[in-house]
Ligand binder design. Structure first.
Ligand SMILES: CC(C)(COP(=O)(O)OP(=O)(O)OC[C@H]1O[C@@H](n2cnc3c(N)ncnc32)[C@H](O)[C@@H]1OP(=O)(O)O)[C@@H](O)C(=O)NCCC(=O)NCCS
Length: 216
């Protein structure tokens, strides 16, 4: 068994990370709590990441990453395409130094206290747009644990605030509520109607909110 991992001493930002990691990886899948150890094993040499607007040409890569990151929440690629078309300014792609997609965030304005359908078209965005709904955030295992999720969340929260959106909303799945708490989210009170819709996201799904101010 051989493994070594160098993490920069400074806080990693959305670009310029230098990570060396070599491991005897044996699989991908949902990333565990601490992706620096445990069943998740690094196997890449990574130099630099960059968040940029998501493009139509990324959608095949989005579907591939989504299949790994959300094995229990399949969504038709047409859903990603529709959300990008409806909300291009709130969708981002993470690329590595070679330009390969290593993560994505899809978000759109949405009413606070309501949940969009999973794996179904939205049609149009509702008139009421007081929250930014984070539909998906997924980081490829080759880039996980390097601060990329946090970097794009900080950017999106700031941009939402600047756009006059007061709340960021999401549904935590994959047991990630603790990750979201660390990003300033709390589990919101729900109504029976909301609970019913939440159930369609699977057992353990949590509707979480945070104000679009401050970072962490
Ligand atoms: C959850 C996910 C987005 C985190 O991405 P990431 O780029 O590895 O996260 P970061 O490196 O930015 O981590 C930021 C902080 O959160 C912590 N963290 C990461 N994953 C965590 C988890 N599952 N639970 C709790 N904390 C977590 C990190 O340790 C780090 O803490 P630190 O600042 O004290 O070091 C990524 O693991 C992923 O894509 N998972 C599969 C898809 C998924 O579940 N998305 C969210 C669904 S709602």
């Amino acid at each position: 068994m051989c493994a070594f991992f160098i993490r920069p001493l400074e806080q990693l930002g959305s670009a310029g990370a230098l990570i060396l990691s070599v491991n005897n990886a044996d699989g991908l899948g949902a990333m565990p709590r601490d992706s620096r150890s445990g069943p998740y094993r690094r196997r890449s040499i990574l130099i630099g990441f960059r968040w940029r607007p998501l493009r139509e040409g990324d959608l095949a890569g989005v579907a591939r990453i989504a299949a790994m990151a959300f094995p229990q929440h399949y969504e038709d690629p047409a859903c990603f395409a529709e959300r990008l078309a409806l909300s291009p300014s709130w969708c981002f792609g993470l690329e590595d130094a070679a330009g390969a997609l290593k993560g994505y965030l899809i978000a759109y304005p949405w009413p606070v206290g309501t949940i969009p359908p999973l794996n179904a078209p939205l049609g149009v965005l509702p008139e009421q747009r007081d929250a930014l709904f984070l539909h998906d955030l997924a980081i490829h295992p080759a880039a996980a644990g390097t601060g990329q999720a946090q970097a794009i969340l900080e950017r999106v929260v700031e941009e939402a605030r600047n756009a006059g959106i007061g709340v960021i909303a999401l549904i935590a799945v994959n047991g990630t509520a603790d990750f979201w708490r660390r990003q300033g989210f709390t589990v919101a009170d729900t109504t029976p109607a909301l609970e019913w819709k939440l159930a369609s996201y699977g057992k353990g799904a949590r509707y979480m909110l945070r104000p679009a101010r401050g970072v962490r």
